[in-house]
Design a protein around this ligand. Structure first.
Ligand SMILES: C[S@@+](CC[C@H](N)C(=O)[O-])C[C@H]1O[C@@H](n2cnc3c(N)ncnc32)[C@H](O)[C@@H]1O
Length: 279
């Protein structure tokens, strides 16, 4: 497995810790299995910067937003970009007829298949894994797996964008809008550029770099990025703000006007109709 794919075991370890709390926000009963020992080692190595509470918040925010997209908006194609060790296919209650596509590097998907071998698919839903490099053309393999660009899609890009150079981030998000039917939704997270240089996270950032998966991309203006790439941001939240706190965020939330603050953003976007730009 590539170094960057190990980070999927790191985030799975954080989900295991949340699952094991009495006051858990969600239960991911597979997280400890897919995290394996390495996930917990990385949790220690990358400690600090509010990682564990942030990952609990991110998971909960996205779980709920995914639920709304499929229940209220009736979307039946769900694509997890850089799915990693995500087990939402198994652990969330999906409406009948949902197809979940999990895209990631081939070695990660193979390792995950081994770890979850024998886990029966819950009835009424389907899961298809697609081995890709998301910095290259990946829409062909997704189509071959059965995904249709003329039907609405829920795209989830969680824990990926900071690992990509800016051109690749913009190309990826633009590809999503270019291949989305009206009514499609994009969910995900991104960090601020200042988070790439936060002196308080120096040890954490250095460890990521030494391990071969440096953080490369951040923006102070996620709304602008998403709009530039064909999306209409419906909601952008920092952890600790209303709708992205869940009783887990231990720090004050800095106002958006304050410069040079390391931040994370969680976002929900609709496909742009073009009218927003004209307005
Ligand atoms: C931090 S993990 C996030 C996994 C999962 N979405 C989560 O939040 O737990 C980053 C994931 O990005 C994947 N990844 C990184 N670069 C990629 C690329 N170029 N193509 C496909 N997947 C990539 C890694 O394999 C890894 O699974």
């Amino acid at each position: 497995m590539e170094a960057v794919s190990r980070t999927a075991q790191w985030t799975a370890a954080a989900r295991a810790l949340e699952t094991e709390r009495d006051d858990r926000l969600f239960a991911d009963p597979y997280a400890r299995t897919v995290a394996d020992g390495i996930g917990f080692e990385l949790l220690e190595r990358y400690a600090g910067a509010g990682t564990v509470p942030f990952l609990a918040i991110r998971t909960t925010y996205l779980d709920r937003a995914i639920g709304r997209a499929v229940e209220d908006q009736g979307i039946r194609q769900v694509v997890f970009l850089a799915a990693g060790m995500d087990t939402r296919f198994y652990r969330l209650g999906w409406p009948a007829g949902v197809t979940v596509y999990e895209l990631d590097r081939p070695a990660l998907l193979a390792a995950k298949a081994d770890m979850l071998a024998g886990e029966p698919a819950p009835p009424g839903r389907e899961r298809r894994t697609v081995a890709v490099d998301l910095t290259k053309d990946w829409t062909g393999p997704l189509k071959e797996a059965g995904w249709r660009s003329d039907e609405t899609t829920l795209w989830v890009v969680e824990g990926l964008l900071f690992f990509l150079p800016e051109e690749a981030v913009r190309a990826l998000i633009t590809t999503l809008s270019a291949h989305s039917a009206p009514g499609s939704v994009l969910l995900g997270d991104v960090i601020s550029r200042s988070a790439l240089k936060n002196p308080l996270s120096r040890t954490f950032l250095k460890a990521l770099e030494e391990d071969g998966n440096p953080w490369l991309f951040g923006t102070e203006e996620p709304e602008q990025l998403l709009t530039d790439c064909g999306w209409s941001p419906r909601e952008v939240r920092q952890p600790g703000e209303e709708g992205a706190d869940f009783g887990r965020w231990p720090y004050p939330v800095p106002a958006r006007e304050m410069p040079r603050i390391p931040r994370s953003f969680l976002f929900t976007c609709n496909l742009s109709t073009g009218e927003e730009k004209a307005a």
